[in-house]
Design a protein around this ligand. Structure first.
Ligand code: AMP
Length: 280
């Protein structure tokens, strides 16, 4: 595996591959790699001749400095994992390399930039869009892979590609879960044993919401789910919402012509966890 830390070096290397007609798949990550990330890379390997993974903990997408400070960093283990699946290229730039000067770009994602994650993490998606645009400019991939676990991020990236007229195909990938249903996340290792034991209730509650969707009102389901999760020791719900899966707009009634999805964010102890599923 080739490892690059500078923009000039990786550009030079990938340009030569591109001019030899190699197709390039790209998986941006913040490291502390797990099976969810590896599935994205494996999918890229199936669909492209060269697969590039980036590891960059992007400071400008963290609205809470403590969260940035404790975000897991495991570069050596990450490299071992990437080697074990034969990833071709790792891009691991420093903050100075990515942001040599202050960044002022402000994106407007309309309603997507105001609801759920955006509401609870002001400026988060602006930071995500800024880094993804920068990474796309550097890597210039044919396809880029994003997990449905971060569904709002996925559709914001699709909107970014459309708005900026970027020549990259965005490929959504299913959420990979632990055996007990908990969505795999780099943050899971920050849970205490007791919290880890409790965490699968998040997915179980989403599944129960799916069961209730044809027999209960949306308002009642959200109320029930919020109370259920809040009754778990050390768990505090930020939001539990059932929305139009295309636009993420609130709905108060089921319309079978649109996908309906449930989204949840909780704080479990010091760890913030998110998940979502399609209900209809
Ligand atoms: P992160 O390192 O958390 O920024 O995630 C990098 C990419 O991996 C994003 O596209 C995430 O949506 C995706 N991802 C993270 N966890 C999972 C998972 N459990 N299943 C599928 N994709 C995931």
């Amino acid at each position: 595996m080739k490892i690059f830390n500078t923009i000039t070096d990786i550009r030079y290397y990938l340009n030569s591959l591109r001019s030899n007609n190699y197709t390039i798949g790209f998986v941006p990550t913040m490291g502390a790699l797990h099976d969810g990330h590896l599935e994205l890379i494996k999918r890229s390997q199936k669909e492209n001749q060269i697969s590039v993974c980036s590891i960059f903990v992007n400071p400008i997408q963290f609205n809470n400095p403590d969260d940035l400070k404790i975000y897991p960093r495991k570069l050596e283990k990450d490299i071992e994992k990437l080697l074990s699946i034969h990833c071709d290229v790792l891009f691991n730039p420093s903050v100075k390399e990515m942001y040599p000067k202050e960044i002022k770009k402000q994106y407007d994602f309309g309603i997507l930039g105001n609801v759920m994650e955006a509401k609870f993490r002001p400026n988060h998606f602006n930071g995500v869009a800024t880094v993804v645009k920068l990474l796309f400019d550097i890597i210039n991939p044919h396809k880029a892979y994003f997990g449905e676990k971060d569904f709002q991020q996925l559709i914001i990236i699709k909107q970014l590609v459309k708005k900026e007229n970027l020549n990259v195909e965005i490929i959504p990938c299913l959420t990979i879960r632990e055996k007990d249903g908990l969505a795999i996340s780099s943050r899971n290792i920050q849970l205490t044993d007791e919290e880890r034991h409790l965490a699968p209730i998040i997915y179980k509650t989403l599944l129960s919401a799916k069961k209730k969707i044809h027999t209960h009102s949306i308002k009642d389901i959200c109320h029930w789910a919020t109370n259920k999760l809040n009754s778990v020791s050390n768990m505090r719900v930020e939001y539990f919402e059932i929305v139009n899966g295309n636009t993420l707009e609130s709905i108060d009634q089921i319309n079978i012509t649109i996908p309906i999805m449930a989204f949840v964010a909780v704080n479990l102890g010091k760890v913030r966890l998110i998940d979502n599923i399609r209900l209809v």
